[in-house]
Design a protein around this ligand. Structure first.
Ligand SMILES: Cc1ncc(COP(=O)(O)O)c(C=O)c1O
Length: 485
C-alpha cells in the first residue's frame, strides 16, 4: 500500500509553519474561543492575518481536519466540528505516593495479560504494533531476498557490536538532521529499543537505586525496573504536555535519583509530547544534578504534524542523555533493529551489548540500511503518519460515540495508541477479561503504573485498518463498558 522505490523529498520545509498555525487554532478551540459549529476564518482571512501563503493555511486546515477538529463544508469553508462533550475532557493523571516499587504490579499479572491477548484469533487492539498493510513489507522482502543472494556471507555471519557501520552512519545522520550532533562512532546497534534501554539501566544503576519515570508509562519499562531491583519515582504525565519540569526539579530535591527514563515524544500510552522549551529545562536540571537521562524516542518520527519531534538529546550539552530508538514502530517490530546513542558511554555500551547478546542479527541490519538508502523511507513515514492520524481520529470518535457517558479519550499527537479513561466504577481488568471472551484483545490500564492505579483505564492500538469487524468490536467494547457501570 505504501510501496515506494525512490526517496526524492525530505521532511517538508513548510512543516513548522503550518503546524504552528494549526496549533494556534487548536488552542482557540480548546479554550472555547472558537466553539463547535463556529466558522473559522477563511483561508484568505487567515492568510492575511498570519502573513502565511494560501498553501500553508490550507495545509493547516487539512491538518486540523485530520485531527477531527474542523470540517470543511462545500462552498462554505471550514467549521469547528460539533463533537461530543467528552472530547473536551482528557483522561486525568492520577498522582502517586512519592516512591514506589514496581513489584506492586506483579510480573505474573503482566504475563497472564500477555498470554490472554496472544491467543490466536483475537481482534488485536492490545499490542502497540502496526498492521502489516501499513508497513513496506514487499520492499523489505525484496531487499532481504537480494541481500541473501548478493551478500550471503555478510548476511549470515556475526556483525559484531557496535554493529553495521553504514547503518550507524545513517542513524547518526538522521539524528543530526533533527538537532542531535552525532557520528557513527556514538551509536551501538541493539536488538530493538528495549535491549538498548536494558543496557543503559544495567550500566547506570544498582539494585536499590531509584529511577525517575513518568506515569502512566509503558509497562515493559516498569518491568525492567523491577527486574533490576530498582525503586521508581513516578511523575504525573499530562496527556497533552507530558511531565512538568517543576516536578522534575522537586523530585531531584527530594530523592536520590540514579537515572531518569522518559518517553516524552508521543508517550505510550498517552500520546503526549513535551514542548521543546520544557525538554530543554528538564535536560538542564538533570545535567546540573549529574543525573543521566535514558530517552526512549521510539515514536519520535511518527508525529501527526509531519515534523520530527525534537529529542531531549538535542538539548544535551553535557552528553548525559542516552538516546534509545528503533525501527520497530516505523518499519517492522520483527526486524528487531534498535540503537543507543551516547558518546560518553559508547565503549562500555558496546562491550555490554557484546556480553549480552554478542551481536544484533546481521540480515535485519543490512535490510534496514539498504531500505534507508533506496527504499523511500521519508515518503513511507509521511504516509504512515497521516494514516495513523486518521485512524486515531476515527477510533477516538467511535469510542466517544459507543462508550458510556463519562468516558474521556486522550488526543495523541503522534504514535498510534489511544488512552481511554472510563467512568470510575468500571473495573477495566474485568472489561479486559470479558472482551477477550468476545474475541477482542485490549490492554488494561492497571499495567501502566507501578501501583496499578489506572484501574478504570484501557489502551487501544489504532494502527489497524478500519473494517466492519473493527467497527463492531468498538460497539461491543462500548456495551461491555456500559454493562460494568
Ligand atoms: C515506549 C516503548 N518503548 C519500547 C518499546 C519496544 O521497542 P522495541 O520493539 O524496539 O524493542 C515499545 C513497544 O511497544 C514502546 O511502546
Amino acid at each position: 500500500m505504501f510501496e515506494s522505490n525512490t526517496d526524492t523529498e525530505s521532511v517538508d520545509p513548510q512543516g513548522a509553519r503550518y503546524v504552528a498555525l494549526a496549533q494556534g487554532l487548536q488552542t482557540r478551540i480548546a479554550v472555547g474561543e472558537l466553539r463547535p459549529g463556529d466558522r473559522v476564518p477563511s483561508v484568505r482571512e487567515l492568510g492575511a492575518q498570519s502573513g502565511y501563503s494560501v498553501t500553508t493555511v490550507l495545509r493547516a486546515y487539512e491538518h486540523l481536519e485530520l485531527l477531527g477538529l474542523v470540517e470543511s463544508r462545500p462552498r462554505s469553508g471550514y467549521f469547528v466540528r460539533a463533537v461530543p462533550a467528552a472530547v473536551r475532557t482528557l483522561p486525568q493523571t492520577i498522582h502517586s505516593s512519592p516512591q514506589l516499587q514496581p513489584s506492586l504490579i506483579s510480573a505474573d499479572l503482566v504475563s497472564s495479560v500477555l498470554d490472554t491477548v496472544s491467543q490466536p484469533g483475537l481482534l488485536q487492539l492490545s499490542h502497540a504494533t502496526t498492521a502489516p498493510e501499513l508497513m513496506p513489507v514487499a520492499a523489505l522482502n525484496r531487499i532481504a531476498r537480494n541481500l541473501i543472494k548478493e551478500q550471503p556471507e555478510q548476511s549470515l555471519s556475526y556483525m559484531m557490536s557496535p554493529g553495521l557501520e553504514r547503518l550507524r552512519q545513517q542513524i547518526a545522520g538522521r539524528l543530526s538532521a533533527c538537532g542531535v550532533p552525532a557520528v557513527a562512532d556514538d551509536v551501538v546497534i541493539t536488538t530493538g529499543a528495549l535491549e538498548a534501554i536494558h543496557l543503559c539501566i544495567r550500566m547506570l544503576t544498582r539494585p536499590g537505586d531509584t529511577l525517575l519515570m513518568e506515569s502512566p508509562t509503558y509497562y515493559c519499562l516498569l518491568q525492567i525496573a523491577e527486574e533490576c531491583g530498582l525503586r521508581v519515582v513516578e511523575l504525573p504525565n499530562d496527556p497533552v504536555h507530558g511531565i512538568d519540569p517543576d516536578d522534575v526539579r522537586r523530585a531531584i530535591q527530594r530523592h536520590r535519583i540514579s537515572a531518569a527514563l522518559f518517553v516524552q515524544n508521543f508517550n505510550n500510552p498517552t500520546g503526549s509530547v513535551m514542548p521543546d522549551a520544557a525538554k530543554r529545562e528538564v535536560v538542564s536540571l538533570l545535567n546540573a544534578a549529574e543525573i543521566p537521562l535514558i530517552e526512549d524516542d521510539i515514536y519520535g518520527e511518527i508525529g501527526f504534524s509531519g515534523v520530527r519531534a525534537t529529542p531531549f538529546k538535542a538539548f544535551d550539552e553535557d552528553d548525559r542523555v542516552l538516546h534509545c530508538g528503533s525501527f520497530s514502530k516505523t518499519l517492522s517490530p520483527g526486524l528487531r533493529v534498535g540503537w543507543v546513542l551516547s558518546r560518553r558511554h559508547h565503549r562500555e555500551l558496546s562491550r555490554r551489548k557484546f556480553t549480552t547478546s554478542c551481536a544484533t542479527a546481521s540480515l535485519p541490519q543490512l535490510i534496514v540500511s539498504r531500505y534507508l538508502e533506496t527504499g523511500g523511507y521519508e515518503r513511507h513515514l509521511r504516509k504512515l503518519r497521516s494514516e495513523l492520524a486518521r485512524s486515531v481520529a476515527r477510533i477516538s470518535d467511535a469510542v466517544l460515540r459507543e462508550f458510556p457517558v463519562g468516558t474521556s479519550v486522550a488526543r495523541p499527537q503522534g504514535g498510534f495508541v489511544l488512552w481511554i479513561e472510563l467512568p470510575k466504577q468500571i473495573d477495566a481488568m474485568e472489561m479486559f477479561r470479558r472482551a477477550a471472551q468476545q474475541g477482542i484483545a485490549i490492554s488494561p490500564g492497571i499495567l501502566y503504573s507501578a501501583d496499578g492505579r489506572y484501574h478504570h483505564h484501557i489502551r487501544l492500538n489504532c494502527a489497524v485498518s478500519w473494517t466492519p469487524a473493527l467497527e463492531q468490536a468498538l460497539r461491543t467494547l462500548g456495551k461491555l463498558a456500559a454493562a460494568l457501570l
